[in-house]
Design a protein. Structure first.
Length: 136
């Protein structure tokens, strides 16, 4: 990328989503072929990582209690997520006055978008560095 001019980069950026989609399409096609028994040279189909889970939570609780463990050692309360609590309170608009002050929404990561995007532009890193120098 560092050998490209900014004009070339600007011309390429709108097409990168198409290239990324093409790459995904090739990967999906290769996966489907492998699933159908067609060998893809240099690749193989394997099982991915799977998360373990309890087949019977009640049986585990009973077993641990029978072995003398207190419930507080292996059970914990967890608060429902924000969307679930908002739904409980009648939707996002009705929930906002009730729980809005208890919700933190951090700033999203910077992302490069076309100039036509309605979001306001961020200041560059160089501009921010100059701002801090001016304050010092």
């Amino acid at each position: 990328p560092d050998i490209l001019s900014f004009d070339e980069i600007g011309a390429l950026l709108p097409r990168l989503d198409e290239v990324a989609q093409w790459v995904k399409d090739v990967q999906d096609y290769a996966f489907e072929q492998a699933r159908n028994g067609i060998a893809v040279p240099g690749h193989k189909l394997v099982y991915g990582r799977a998360n373990r889970y309890w087949s019977n939570k009640s049986a585990v609780i009973d077993l641990l209690q029978a072995r003398g463990f207190e419930r507080s050692v292996f059970l914990s309360e967890t608060l429902a997520g924000i969307p679930a609590v908002e739904k409980l309170l009648g939707g996002k608009r009705k929930a906002a006055p009730v729980i809005g002050s208890l919700i933190v929404q951090p700033q999203g990561s910077p992302t490069l978008v076309p100039e036509t995007d309605p979001r306001p532009a961020l200041h560059s890193v160089a501009s921010a560095a100059m701002d801090f120098q001016d304050a010092a």
